[in-house]
Write a protein that binds this ligand. Structure first.
Ligand SMILES: NC(=O)c1ccc[n+]([C@@H]2O[C@H](COP(=O)([O-])OP(=O)(O)OC[C@H]3O[C@@H](n4cnc5c(N)ncnc54)[C@H](O)[C@@H]3O)[C@@H](O)[C@H]2O)c1
Length: 246
């Protein structure tokens, strides 16, 4: 549990989602005030209603004006931003590269990478006002390894890893820390976007022999979002049941 002085204002994008909500829940349990941003405003509000000190916002993270307006609202209502977790994302089409639809590529890039740029930039501008902050981007093991038949997802998550490294290093001389996590397949709604064959394929690649749990990701994210995470920045933290050992 955080002390009252360590309690921060946190934003979780995609915070109504299968990973986003357990992350928001964990941050709220630690005493932080949580703004749940989600495209689905009703789900964001419902999710927030289940947590102490939380509020849901309908935000399209691919739309810079929507991000900036919500950022202003959060800071005006709750105070300086301390924590930003970028969890909104989508797997996109699962198709052979030779026939992969370009509109699917654009959709995934806009949500998984452009939106992380928008939210990180808006967040960093706020954090620079106090000099303190913790940013945690949810990447994926696909960004390190490349999943076959998921070119946009893999490339977008590799982009998130590169963005995290760049911004983390750039801000290393402040008290702002920027890290990302690279989960293997986690038991969430998002996996329903995958075919049974693809699900079996990703499970078979995990040496621990099972899918991850959302609580296992939330626990790591909560530490990366804490003051205790002081000497790690621009780093990629695997939560992959042994799938990635590099
Ligand atoms: N679940 C997994 O196995 C897994 C593995 C590795 C990485 N990830 C990553 O974790 C993150 C969260 O995944 P999840 O399992 O919670 O997915 P999810 O589909 O359950 O949740 C995603 C959330 O993002 C929201 N969203 C979609 N478009 C949005 C937009 N334009 N603006 C704001 N919100 C938007 C959705 O409404 C949804 O609530 C994603 O970035 C995903 O790529 C998931």
């Amino acid at each position: 549990m955080t002390t009252p002085e360590q309690a921060r204002v946190a934003i979780v994008t995609g915070g109504a989602g299968g990973l986003g909500f357990p992350i928001a829940e964990r941050l709220a349990a630690q005493g932080h005030t949580v703004a749940i941003w989600d495209l689905d405003a009703a789900r964001a509000r419902d999710a927030a209603a289940r947590l102490p000190r939380a509020r849901g916002y309908g935000v399209d993270v691919t739309d810079r004006a929507s991000v900036d307006a919500a950022m202003t609202e959060v800071v005006q209502e709750f105070g300086p931003l301390g924590i930003l977790v970028n969890s909104a994302g989508h797997n996109g089409p699962v198709e052979a590269f030779a026939s992969y639809p370009f509109e699917g590529w654009r959709f995934v890039m806009a949500l998984n990478l452009d939106a992380v740029f928008h939210c990180c930039q808006a967040g960093v501008r706020e954090m620079l006002k106090t000099g303190y902050g913790r940013i945690v981007n949810i990447a994926s093991i696909a960004g390190k390894e490349g999943n076959p038949n998921a070119v946009a997802y893999s490339a977008s998550k590799a982009g998130v890893i590169g963005l995290t490294k760049s911004v983390g290093r750039e801000l290393a001389n402040t008290e702002i820390r920027v890290n990302c996590v690279a989960p293997a397949a986690i038991e969430t709604e998002m996996l329903n976007q995958l075919t049974p064959e693809f699900r079996a394929f990703v499970t078979a690649k995990i040496p621990v022999g099972r899918l991850g749990k959302a609580s296992e990701v939330a626990s790591l994210v909560a530490w990366l979002a804490s003051e205790e995470c002081s000497f790690s920045t621009g780093a990629v933290f695997d939560v992959s049941g042994g799938r990635a050992t590099y």
